[in-house]
Write a protein that binds this ligand. Structure first.
Ligand code: 1GP
Length: 302
C-alpha cells in the first residue's frame, strides 16, 4: 500500500489518535477519510512534519496488519559502514518491513550515525529497539518503549523508562509501549546478564502467557518474546502458540532465528513480526530467503 492509499484509507479517529498528540487540537476534518491540518497559529506544517506523520501512519498500519512482518535488527556496533550499506540495499529489495536499531551494550559511537544512514538511504521505517536510555534519536520513526516484564529488576521495569521519557518527549519520537519478555535461549544472553534478570524457561509457556497477559492488561501495545541475540534455541513454537492464543495485541518474536524454515515455523506458530539480526551480520544473502518465508506465510494463513 502506498502512502496516499494509507492516508486515505484511515478513519478520522485513527488520524486523531496518531496526529492529535503531535498537532494538539488544531486538527480539522470534513467527512470520513478526508483530513486536513491547521497549523498552530495558522502556520503551515513543514514537508518534514507531514512526511513524519505519513511514516507514523504507515507504521501503525503495518503493526495492525494481519500480514506477517519482518524486522531486521541492526546492532550499530556489529556493522561496518560496508556491511550496513550492503544490508540496507538488500533490505530494500527483499521486502523488509522494519529496521530495529539498538543493542544491549553499545560501546562505539555509531548509534546516531547508523539511524541517519538508514533514513537517508531507505524508506523502510526505523524503530529504535533500545538497550538503555542513551539509545534515543529524533531521526528514528518510533521507539519501542520496552519494559522488561519477565524480570523483577525495577531498573528495567520502570527506572530506565523514567529517565528516557522526558528525552523522548523532547525528541518527539513516536513511542510504542512494549512488554518485553526474555525467554531462555539455551545460553546466558547479553540482555539477561546486563539486566540481571532470569529468563522464563522455554518449556514454561504458562509463565509466558501469564506475563504477556499482564502486559496487555497494563495497556502495552505489543508483546515481544526475546530469546536473546545469538540464542542457541529460538522461542519454542509451543510457547508462541500459547501466548498468541491468549493476547489480542501483535506478537513480536526474536532471537536465534537463523533460517527460512525457522522463520516460517515461528510465523506459523503465531508471531506477527519476526526479528532477525545475528545471522544477517554473517550471511546477509539469507535475507531474501527469510523474507520470502515470512511473507509467504501471509498467503497461507490469509
Ligand atoms: C531480536 O535479539 C534478537 O529480538 C535478534 O536475535 O541476533 O539472534 O537474530 P538474533
Amino acid at each position: 500500500m502506498g502512502c496516499f492509499e494509507t492516508l486515505c484509507g484511515l478513519d478520522f479517529p485513527v488520524w486523531k489518535k496518531i496526529c492529535g498528540k503531535k498537532f494538539g487540537n488544531n486538527l480539522g476534518v470534513s467527512g470520513k477519510n478526508f483530513v486536513w491540518f491547521f497549523g498552530r497559529e495558522n502556520q503551515a506544517f513543514t514537508a518534514f512534519t507531514i512526511y513524519r506523520c505519513i511514516i507514523v501512519v504507515m507504521l501503525y498500519t503495518k503493526l495492525k496488519s494481519s500480514s506477517k512482518q519482518l524486522a531486521i535488527l541492526i546492532d550499530p556496533d556489529k556493522h561496518s559502514q560496508e556491511s550496513l550499506t550492503q544490508l540496507v540495499d538488500l533490505a530494500e529489495n527483499a521486502r523488509t518491513d522494519f529496521f530495529f536499531v539498538g543493542g544491549s551494550l553499545l560501546l562505539e559511537d555509531r548509534f546516531e550515525k547508523t539511524i541517519s544512514y538508514i533514513k537517508e538511504h531507505s524508506k523502510i521505517p526505523v524503530i529504535i529497539f533500545p538497550g538503555n536510555n542513551y539509545q534515543i534519536s529524533a531521526k528514528a520513526d518510533a521507539i519501542l518503549f520496552l519494559s522488561l516484564i519477565s524480570g523483577r529488576n525495577p531498573e528495567y521495569l520502570i527506572g530506565q523508562q523514567v529517565i528516557a521519557a522526558p528525552l523522548i518527549k523532547e525528541a518527539k519520537i513516536e513511542t510504542i509501549s512494549t512488554g518485553y519478555l526474555l525467554i531462555d535461549g539455551g545460553r546466558v544472553s547479553t540482555t539477561s546478564y546486563i539486566t540481571q534478570t532470569v529468563p522464563i524457561p522455554n518449556d514454561k509457556p504458562d509463565i509466558a502467557v501469564a506475563t504477556a497477559l499482564a502486559g496487555e492488561m497494563l495497556g502495552m501495545k505489543l508483546i515481544y518474546l526475546e530469546a536473546g541475540s545469538g540464542a542457541v534455541n529460538s522461542v519454542s513454537a509451543e510457547m508462541i502458540k500459547a501466548v498468541k492464543k491468549n493476547i489480542s495485541i501483535p506478537l513480536i518474536v526474536g532471537g536465534g532465528i537463523r533460517s527460512a524454515e525457522q522463520a516460517e515455523e515461528i510465523c506459523k506458530a503465531g508471531a506477527d513480526i519476526i526479528v532477525v539480526g545475528n545471522v544477517l551480520e554473517k550471511k546477509p544473502g539469507l535475507l531474501m530467503e527469510i523474507s520470502l518465508a515470512v511473507h509467504s506465510t501471509n498467503k497461507v494463513s490469509g
